[in-house]
Design a protein around this ligand. Sequence first.
Ligand code: ADP
Ligand code: MG
Length: 660
Amino acid sequence: MHPNTEQNILTAQAKAVDEQPKNTKEFIETLIHNPNDSFSVIDAKNFKIILVNRAFLNAHNVEEREVIGRPCYEISHHRSRPCEPPEHTCPLSETLRTGDPSSAVHIHYDKEGRKKYFEIKTSPIRDEKGEIHQVIHISHDITEYKKAVEALRESEDRYKRLISSVTDYIYTVTVQDGRPVATSHGPGCVAVTGYTSEEYGADPFLWYRMVYEEDRQAVLKQAEHALTGTNVTPLEHRIIHKDGTIRWVRNTPVVRKNEKEEVISYDGLISDITERKQLETHFLQAQKMETVGRLAGGVAHDFNNHLTVITGHCDLALLELHEKDPFRSHMEEIKRAADRAANLTRQLLAFSRRQVIQPKVINLNNLILNIDKMLRRIIGEDIELLTLLKTDLESVEVDPGQFEQILVNLAVNARDAMPKGGKLLIETANVELDEVYARSHVSVTPGRYVMFSMSDTGMGMTAEVREQIFEPFFTTKEKGKGTGLGLSMVYGIVKQSKGNIWVYSEPGKGTAFKIYLPWVDMPLEEVKEKRIEKELHRGSETVLVVEDQEEVRRVAVEILRRQGYNVLEASQGDEALLICEQHERPIHLMVTDVVMPRMSGPELAGRLALLHPEMKVLYMSGYTENAIVHHGVLDEGVNYIQKPFEMHGLGRMVQEVLNK
Ligand code: ADP
Ligand code: MG
């Protein structure tokens, strides 16, 4: 202590002694009328109150005449006898027992029975013989303080209960001078990240490393904000769980500051939002596919008309040209290019789910076994093909031709992914997808499905690639090798068959595609083999061609005339009606476009049925027009040829319909 300070204190003490009140009674009165502490003197023999001050009366909410001469236990505790241990440790009894001053926190009740907390001090007053005859009882009201403590404890309890009931991960960062000095990790860290709090304790950089690399910058920024207590907002980012999977979390920090507005700590709540994120992504993906699909479908539709003209004229020109004609090879090249283009539009239509499908109830196992030979040819000898086909596989309703396309496309991709050979496994199974599965997979309705999967041991793909594979024209293959349409088509076909497709893949490990098709309780249907003929069909019946696109009409007319038919032509419905009215001999067949201005193909057919009941109808279209197709499925009994068609194809179809 500084010598000067010591001097000062000594002087002050001397002065205080000097200024002691001369009148002791006055001093005592001042003391006992202290407004904060209740003061009473109690008779040691019978606990009767002899003297009280104003603070006592106020605290007990009583008048002086109500208390003087009454036992203290009656007034303060509303009891009929003195308080006794162990029921009650009364400092007054304690002083009487030991003869020493005593103190305790005690509960008193005021006149209305309100509970009050007092910090109590008691001291004995002895008579000349040294016997205790009275006790001084001073009590300090700490009710407000007690209430505050209780409220705090209750809120802490509630907080603890809350913490132990959430599965989220809560961490606390202690901050000093704007820098983190310690971090504690709540028990939820195991559930969310896979690591225990001990592991975090042992490695201060574990948390940082666990954050997905691309998100680390944002996480650091958030921590910076938390340390300074400004702009603190929740952040959604990715982490790598101990099991190696990528998870999405939401990190919400809450900052605590001292009275100087300095951050002393912050608590963070980290919750796993992976499921929600996945749903969001799936949803956006589905929306994008829908939009791209509509666009692709539109383009394919227009293209098909042009391709019909190109292909048709090539076929006609080839008919004219002599075997040795030098122009022949040019025409053949054009034809091949047109075929490739037609293949492209077919894929686009399949992707956009605007292809006309003719579903049949089939058993996928049969279909797989049927094209087993072709699959083996596709994948080559270095790749081993294994099949695990479920016996008693349930039936599904799909277009068999389209499902073959799925198989071929998946197999081609698997082959490309295994340039050094490997294994290709095809599996089928009956499965039941429940509510839980449906909740985490957008667009899945719970129910019974037939599962088809194709897995390879190839190069696999990264998450980025995986997210885009179903998009048309997405390819990682070198120019000329991939079109990026294979999986788009697969996707479209699966969707159009009311199924779902999922892909599981990891770089270096391989890829598995799983397709789920709803199972149907219907008898199997017979699947006819497609015949491929190059013979030109010939006929002599009368055929009416109705098509508003002049070039398309001309080529169709020309093709049919070449095949010997007697052809009538009209560019639209009215004209066709007129021709039919004037034509007195039978018209055996009408080949008509579906959508035309003013009158649709089906409408026209309806009107003509009265004039020429013998007339059959063949629709030609490049699109799933709603007039003859519902939900992509061709109406019962409708004859249909897809544009672009070849000369042989049209000829065969016409003959087939005429012979029905
Ligand atoms: P393409 O085969 O013409 O590239 P696809 O639509 O069939 O187009 O496939 C798109 C992309 O998906 C491929 O370029 C490839 O990156 C990836 N992919 C498809 N199947 C596999 C597979 N089995 N293994 C690895 N990557 C695949
Ligand atoms: Mg492909």
